[in-house]
Design a binder for this molecule. Structure first.
Ligand SMILES: [Zn+2]
Length: 300
């Protein structure tokens, strides 16, 4: 059986000037010209209003779905609301939900070529993030009978939006290793933040994974696999974190989950092309996550 990876042309939305809403198409194209054996591209359903409200307020949900009230619609973390943006957010969020529910239903790794979008809050978007697909998906899984969902967030930046949304005792935990203080928060029982750097990066991730108690009791790991820690990424990157390190990181995460027999639902997260990182190089970095997802699927 293959690793189902969700993608829709509707994920993409130009005109906002960020890779977050544009790079999925390039990754999907690369999978046509250079397929990864064992990876299957599937189309997701867009997220519903009911799902959106699992993480967001009624006002903000109306703003994103309908463009009204305007004040709520424009607090999307990217720029002025448009129908295209709304469509892109709903499909890419639906992709995260589809990856999570597929992983839960099949016990196999699954993913989406969209992002977890970890800076989004209950009432507004922030840092290029409109909808918190990680929390929405985790709560969809809880409603389907999951008891324990662990979000592993290895984006360069901290997942403060996600942390702000996790309620005590609801069955969601976050383990977060970041190299940029943007959106940082104080660690607590269900949201543990480690600040790392280019020297300790893989050791810190190993320790963070080891700190997760009884991993075999996790129903699904939601993995926010940001590539922005890379030393050539202008937004979030730090010296000393190389392509090799990030591939080691991906293998470490999927190996850890496979050993515990827990499926991983992975999403792309940060990674920005710029003067030192071309879009093609960025695509290759995100492909490392897809390769590791396939390599360790059904490994144990
Ligand atoms: Zn980031």
């Amino acid at each position: 059986m293959s690793v189902k990876t969700f993608y829709s042309e509707a994920y993409n939305c130009e005109g906002y000037g960020v890779d977050t809403r544009e790079k999925a198409r390039d990754i999907a194209m690369s999978l046509i010209t250079n397929p990864i054996e064992g990876l299957e591209i599937c189309a997701p359903q867009p997220a519903t209003e009911e799902q959106f409200r699992l993480a967001h307020s009624v006002q903000y949900t109306m703003g994103i779905f309908q463009g009204r009230p305007e004040a709520a619609a424009d607090r999307n973390g990217l720029g002025p609301w448009s129908r295209d943006l709304s469509n892109s957010v709903l499909h890419s969020t639906g992709g995260v939900v589809a990856a999570a529910t597929t992983a839960f239903a099949t016990g196999k790794n699954a993913g989406s070529l969209s992002s977890g979008i970890h800076h989004a809050r209950k009432n507004f978007g922030a840092g290029f993030c409109t909808a918190n697909g990680l929390i929405i998906s985790a709560r969809v899984l809880l409603a389907q009978g999951a008891q324990r969902v662990v979000i592993v967030d290895l984006d360069a930046h901290c997942g403060g939006g996600t942390a702000s949304l996790i309620k005590t005792g609801e069955g969601i935990e976050q383990v977060d290793v970041s190299v940029s203080a943007f959106d940082s928060y104080e660690s607590r029982a269900n949201a543990q933040l480690t600040m790392s750097n280019g020297e300790r990066y893989l050791d810190d991730i190993r320790a963070a994974l080891k700190s997760i108690v009884d991993p075999s009791s996790i129903d699904v790991v939601l993995y926010n696999a940001g590539m922005d820690p890379h030393e050539n990424c202008n937004t979030g990157g730090v010296d000393g974190i190389t392509t090799f390190d990030l591939y080691q990181r991906e293998k470490m995460v999927f190996h850890w989950a496979a050993e515990a027999k827990v499926p991983v639902a992975f999403v792309l997260a940060g990674g920005y092309s710029g003067s030192r990182l071309s879009r093609a190089e960025l695509v290759d970095l995100h492909r490392l996550t897809l390769q590791a997802a396939v390599e360790f699927d059904g490994w144990c």
